[in-house]
Design a protein around this ligand. Structure first.
Ligand code: DHB
Ligand code: FE
Length: 281
């Protein structure tokens, strides 16, 4: 029957969430309501038992410096080492890849006219490891192989939301044309509203974020039409990370079932949003 996408998992990737988990602070008053919103999805993914996770995330000048900035970089490696982002590497397992599916995706998506960068060696930062921690907790080894797809949202110009939605559709086609019987979950990560620098540092916009969640679920084309300037104005300079949620959404097909929705402020400098979606077969 071949591979198929069985679920979508969207979440913010705030580094302090990783620190809270790594240092046993999740029960503290500040963090409790953040993590409460991930209890349902921890169980959901444990029951789902995906064979592979495609994690759409952004690198924060960790693996890619300003010397080389791929717009879309697909990890085809067998392993990805958690990066040292300045305070030592997070105490989380090495991320095992799935080279067979990743190379198949590279072929299918590039021949579908998306010019991906192929990456055979890459360290992964909080953009990838924090969502894995939220989804899977603190295991000895991650429960499934991971295919990282890094999107440039750090250096202008990032891809448009519409390009990201269409890339998601190409990912769906790629997965569905892989012969092996694999159940694949796709992660969209980053966001929601936040700005880490300059005059508007600390900006949060709950109205924008919730409207984005509504659109992403029920009207992805409308979500894909949000311009760069609108993200910048409404969701702050790092709010642009939300285009990565559109890649996930595109991979789920037109109609989805909402399994879980969570929104919480504060968490460090960022509004935390989280969705669990399933494709309607
Ligand atoms: C924060 C959020 C991010 O998305 C990030 O990459 C770094 C820091 C924060 O809220 O502190
Ligand atoms: Fe970020």
């Amino acid at each position: 029957m071949g591979a198929r996408i069985v679920g979508g998992y969207a979440t913010s990737h705030v580094p302090a969430i990783g620190v809270a988990m790594d240092t046993g602070k999740t029960e503290e008053d500040y963090w409790k309501p953040v993590f409460k919103g991930y209890e349902f999805s921890r169980k959901w993914i444990e029951d789902l038992k995906p064979d592979v996770a495609i994690v759409v995330y952004n690198d924060h000048a960790t693996a890619f410096s300003l010397e080389i900035i791929p717009t879309f970089a697909l990890g085809c490696a067998a392993q990805y080492i958690p990066a040292d982002e300045g305070w030592g590497a997070r105490p989380v397992p090495v991320v095992e890849g799935h080279p067979d599916l990743a190379w198949h995706m590279a072929q299918s998506i590039i021949l579908d006219e998306f010019d991906l960068t192929i990456v055979n060696e890459m360290e992964v930062d909080h953009g990838l490891t924090v969502p894995l921690s939220l989804a899977f907790g603190q295991p000895e080894a991650w429960p499934c192989p991971v295919i990282p797809l890094a999107v440039n949202v750090v250096q202008y110009p990032p891809p448009t939301g519409n390009r990201c939605l269409n890339l998601g559709k190409a990912i769906r086609k790629a997965v569905e044309s892989f012969d092996e019987d694999l159940r694949v979950v796709i992660f969209g990560t980053g966001g929601m509203s936040h700005q880490l620098q300059a005059e508007r540092a600390g900006l949060i916009n709950a109205d924008f974020d919730n409207a984005f969640l509504d659109k992403l679920i029920a009207d992805p084309k409308a979500a894909a039409a949000i311009s760069h300037v609108e993200y910048l104005r409404e969701a702050g300079s790092e709010g642009i990370e939300l285009v990565m949620w559109l890649v996930m959404r595109g991979a789920l097909g037109d109609d989805v079932t909402l399994r879980h929705r969570h929104y919480h402020v504060p968490a460090s400098n960022t509004a935390v949003g989280h969705l669990v979606l399933e494709p309607v077969e």
